[in-house]
Write a protein that binds this ligand. Structure first.
Ligand code: PBG
Length: 331
């Protein structure tokens, strides 16, 4: 960094802030609808838009309704959506086989939306939590979340998503070796253009609470995910995860949660120079919504400030439940 070369009064930094014209001229970051990926929750049925208590303004959509809102997002300039199915308990099982059912909710939605809106990028989630009866992202046997057998299942899940037409596959499970295994399987099946956005730096966070209600794993999950997600005290470990996933064939990486981990975003961007995304997770959304509903925060300003912070921290894009609302305000 250069040293300050002059001193007050020659140097008056407030000169740069005196009007909105000047402020916009010297602004260092910008936020566009094209920076956003919008996560959408799915459920079975037709013509359903079901509210989620802990995430006011967020809904679970049946596939027909998901298509409608996906269209709206695309029209507003949002380039990608990310699908999360709420799986009914009768479709959850110990072997998680619904995860690679070509006709599961996520795959049906991918096919339907891709067919109607080919220009909209579709991201899907690879992890077993919404299909297991334990709420864990892998197979839980004798109190241990197994790594290698879980990776075999994740590969099947990823292939079924690629087959359905997903553009971006997002492994969010944090098993070791899954990026390499999925990349190899995609190449072998000639899905060589399918991208992997690895949830590389995913922390064992309490801020995922509302999401677990949204996808129906809240009651199921017994214990925590500390044996596979990163300890919030660590940052070197997150960088090792990113380096490893890039070496195994990830095209893009994600840091998750977002706001409490902006230091990690900056380190990843500076250290690797690859497309870097952050996930402003359900608990972050819920905090802002709760405070604004109490009249304690201005929702619109909080939404924009929180998203700009990700751009300043070096992120190329943000997964956020605010995507549609923000894009509407910008248009
Ligand atoms: C599951 C998954 C989680 C989220 C995305 N994928 C929850 C978890 O790891 O327990 C959280 C997203 C959010 O909180 O908005 N693999």
């Amino acid at each position: 960094m250069n040293q300050v070369s002059s001193y007050f009064p020659a140097l008056r930094l407030r000169r740069l802030r005196q009007s909105s014209a000047l402020r916009s001229l010297v602004s260092e970051s910008s936020l566009q609808p094209s920076d956003l990926i919008w996560p959408i929750f799915l459920r079975e049925g037709e013509n359903i838009k079901q509210p989620i208590d802990s995430m006011p303004g967020v809904f679970r959509y049946s596939v027909d309704q998901a298509l409608e809102v996906a269209k709206e997002a695309l029209d507003l300039g949002i380039p990608a959506i990310c699908l999360f199915p709420h799986t009914e308990s009768d479709k959850r099982s110990a072997d998680c086989s619904e995860a690679w059912n070509p006709k599961n909710l996520s795959n049906v939605a991918t096919r339907t939306i891709k067919k109607a809106l080919p220009e909209l990028a579709i991201m899907t989630d690879v992890a077993l939590d919404t299909y297991s009866d334990t709420g864990h992202d892998g197979f839980l046997v004798n109190g241990e979340v197994l790594n290698d057998s879980t990776v075999e299942a994740l590969v099947k899940q990823a292939l079924s998503q690629a087959e359905a037409g997903a553009d971006i596959i997002g492994p969010s499970d944090m098993m070791d070796g899954r990026i390499g295994a999925i990349r190899e399987a995609l190449e072998r099946a000639e899905y060589d253009n399918v991208m992997l956005l690895s949830y590389a730096a995913k922390y064992a966070s309490t801020f995922y609470g509302p999401f677990r209600e949204a996808v129906g794993t809240y009651g199921a999950l017994n214990g925590d995910k500390k044996s596979y997600q990163i300890d919030p005290a660590n940052s070197n470990e997150a960088l090792r995860c990113v380096a490893r996933d890039l070496a195994e064939g990830a095209d893009m990486v994600m840091i998750k949660p977002g706001m409490p981990y902006l230091d990690i975003c900056r380190k990843v961007k500076d250290g690797f120079g690859v497309p870097t995304f952050a996930y402003q997770v359900s608990g972050e959304y819920a905090m802002i919504m709760a405070a604004s509903r109490n009249g304690w925060l201005d929702l619109e300003k909080a939404m924009f400030e929180s998203l700009m912070a990700f751009k300043r921290a070096g992120c190329d894009g943000i997964l956020t439940y605010f995507a549609l609302a923000v894009a509407k305000k910008m248009n």
